[in-house]
Write a protein that binds this ligand. Structure first.
Ligand SMILES: [Zn+2]
Length: 186
């Protein structure tokens, strides 16, 4: 089972109400006190309903998680991903969007901008169009766009992808079912 399959298997446990993650205790933390070896980097939204360790049924030390409002990016976010890959050789990066994302909805409702939140909503504005009226579909487009920007703007990650050392996937978290599905990157 590769790392992506393992994550989706963990998500199945969450959906089925049969979580199996054991590494949630102080003993795990003490065992890892001198070093971590996470199996995936997750960039996702700060939304309180999107908690990677819970929805992927993972414990302490398994996921290197970066969360920002709307899973938006900036230099520090890209460097955080690069740091995770370069320092820990984590083989999988997941960019995870979700249903009913507040940032996506806010950006769609303020197409001409707003007094606040310029940086995060402008990232959603780049994929706004008149045809995509459903917020959840917009969220998926946004996730795919963020994935492309990360791949394009990071020399370290680009090289890792070219050398097949890093897999990058876009995914979407559905609130009605709890399922995480993989989005197709073009
Ligand atoms: Zn969100």
């Amino acid at each position: 089972m590769n790392e992506t399959e393992k994550l989706l298997e963990g998500n199945k446990n969450f959906v089925n109400g049969t979580p199996k993650a054991e590494n949630k205790c102080l003993k795990t933390l003490q065992r890892l006190a001198n070093g971590q070896n996470p199996r995936a980097i997750i960039l996702t939204c700060s939304d309180s309903r999107v908690v990677p360790e819970i929805i992927f049924d993972a414990g302490i030390g398994e996921l290197f998680v970066i969360r920002t409002a709307g899973a938006t990016i900036g230099e520090n976010v890209i460097e955080s991903i690069e740091f995770a890959y370069d320092e820990m050789k984590i083989p999988l990066l997941v960019i995870l969007g979700h249903d009913n994302c507040g940032v996506v909805t806010y950006a769609a409702n303020h197409p001409d901008g707003s007094e606040h939140f310029h940086d995060i909503i402008s990232q959603v504005h780049k994929i706004l169009d008149c045809e995509t009226l459903c917020y959840n579909e917009l969220a998926k487009k946004h996730t795919l766009n963020i994935t492309e920007i990360i791949k394009k703007n990071s020399k370290i990650l680009k090289q890792a992808i070219d050398e097949n050392k890093l897999e990058v996937i876009s995914a979407h978290f559905h609130f009605d079912t709890g399922l995480v599905t993989i989005l197709n990157n073009k």
